[in-house]
Design a protein around this ligand. Structure first.
Ligand SMILES: [Zn+2]
Length: 298
């Protein structure tokens, strides 16, 4: 199987146009789809499938945000800001198949908002406002920071280990809002008896990843209200390790937006948490070979 990057110096030079938030969302979702297709082709090949036709990826320095001539330097012009987790398995540009100068990226464990993060965000919005059309919060499944927050919620003894380390504690404390929201939504769906089930922890981690991304998006949207109507739109999503998709609900379907607008109120946030619980409970075990495997158990 061949993957070919091809540059034709005689082809017309074209700069990619991202005029609004919708175009930015389309570019990110289409990029994620390209990643999924590429990886699936490689996996099929690994399992003995046919190599098929080569995948030819057209390259152009201008549309790739690279200098066209030696010594030239493009102006910074990202079309989106992405707040993601530091997890090495979730490189932001690769997940969205984007290139140089496309994304202004903030990465911190658990994709939580801290003052330095907000400082970078405000810098971007004030100085790059002509190019930035969208703000994205990107969580991911099986997040270590989310798991630590869930563990401290389920077992207060575990909290002792981080209580004396302020930076760690502040990180985990920020995710507690999402853990509680996810826990409450699960209780509403299945009753408190769900806590006694052996897979409750995995389920809570799964739901919290989505709710935590929504909480960060909610806070970001509120933070950006000072820019009024002119502020960029905030959306959120979660990168799923099994499907490689960015999605706003574990039960992926064409009806569910891949990038979802930030909740505008606590009530919308709670509504979203309930949707995620319903989504995760609707998954078939067969669809998740190494996933939650929960539906049979509740
Ligand atoms: Zn993470």
């Amino acid at each position: 199987m061949d993957v070919i990057y091809r540059y034709d110096p005689y082809a017309p030079l074209t700069a990619r146009q991202i005029p609004d938030a919708q175009a930015a969302m389309n570019a990110l979702v289409q990029g994620n789809d390209r990643l999924v297709q590429l990886v699936h082709r490689m996996q099929e090949r690994t399992l003995g499938g046919d190599a098929g036709e080569p995948i030819v990826i057209p390259m152009c320095p201008m549309s790739s945000g690279l200098p066209l001539f030696p010594g030239a330097m493009p102006s910074q012009a990202p079309f989106a800001v992405v707040l993601g987790c530091s997890d090495a398995r979730v490189p932001t540009e690769a997940v969205f198949d984007q290139s140089f100068n496309d994304l202004f990226v903030l990465r911190i464990a658990g994709n939580v908002l801290g003052s330095e993060c907000l400082g970078s965000l405000h810098y971007a919005i004030r100085n790059l406002k002509d190019s930035i059309k969208l703000i994205v919060v990107l969580g991911h499944s099986k997040c270590g920071a989310v798991t630590a927050a869930v563990d401290t919620h389920l077992s207060p003894d575990a909290y002792v280990n981080i209580a004396c380390t302020f930076p760690l504690r502040s990180l985990v404390d920020q995710i507690q809002v999402a853990v509680r929201g996810a826990s409450h939504a699960l209780d509403k769906y299945a009753g408190a008896a769900i806590h006694d089930k052996s897979l409750y922890r995995s389920l809570l981690v799964g739901v919290t990843a989505y709710v935590n991304a929504a909480v960060s998006a909610f806070e970001l949207q509120r933070e950006l209200s000072l820019y009024g109507e002119d502020g960029p739109q905030v959306v959120f999503s979660v990168y799923d390790f099994e499907s490689l998709l960015v999605q706003s609900n574990p039960a992926h379907s064409s009806d569910v937006p891949r990038l979802r607008p930030a909740p505008r109120s606590a009530a919308e946030l709670a509504e979203y948490a309930a949707e995620v619980v319903e989504g995760i409970m609707s998954l078939d075990d067969d669809d998740h070979e190494s996933g939650y495997k929960l539906t049979k158990h509740f």
